[in-house]
Design a protein around this ligand. Sequence first.
Ligand code: ATP
Length: 258
Amino acid sequence: MALLEASNITKVFGGLTAVNDVTLTIDEGSIVSVIGPNGAGKTTFFNILTGIYKPDKGDVRFNGQSIAGLRPDQIAARGMRRTFQNIRLFPNMTVLENVLVGMHTHLRAPFWNILLRNRSLRLEEGKARDKSRELLRFVGLDDKRDNLAKNLPYGDQRRLEIARALAGDPKLILLDEPTAGMNPNETVEATHLIRRLRDERGVTVVLIEHDMRLVMSISERISVLDYGTKIAEGDGQVIRSNPRVIEAYLGKAAGHHG
Ligand SMILES: Nc1ncnc2c1ncn2[C@@H]1O[C@H](COP(=O)(O)OP(=O)(O)OP(=O)(O)O)[C@@H](O)[C@H]1O
């Protein structure tokens, strides 16, 4: 079943068509990658899916409903969360607090409860804390829960971002270059974690990624953007042998002879 359907999405910045008539369907429970050379429109496409930009043309349906034109927080509340190319944690908050913040839209205690700090609020806080710690255990960071986020090694910061995204109980997680800047060991661990997101928690995963080894090893489907246009789609084998993809990455001569 399709969880996300982006149809004929176009986004123009001034005279530049960053995303050009892109249609993409993501099946529930799949791991999908969006790849393409620098400037191909991948991040712009993510920004449209998550409500940061409104598309100039086209529609996005998530879980059966149109979400085009909704605000990012409204889309997040419907079960779509993301991480960013540049890490966006609260550096001076602890690891646990960063996950608790990711949960705040789920806390339902009325305002007067917060003033009185009554029993129901304490219960809710306790539950949020338990849930956050469960998520930290899932990503392997519970023993570092009291550390400040800024003191974590880079790979751990990326994992914390994923834990925070999970705090909203998403159906879909969009990961924008999850292994950028990681060393080879961290990349292997991140690959394992991405797979567990789907296998153990049933979360559908869409990633933008430049590391082709990761893309090929993890993706069931790959869509390739070039100059804003989708030029290819399929599994790793189809993509690897597609002359247009080879050309987009390596230049014209490679496409014709490769
Ligand atoms: N807010 C903006 N205003 C103007 N142009 C933009 C804006 N955002 C992106 N662009 C342009 O749109 C094109 C697509 O950019 P985008 O960041 O989506 O590509 P990308 O595939 O994510 O690239 P990278 O792999 O380098 O992150 C680029 O030419 C970029 O300069």
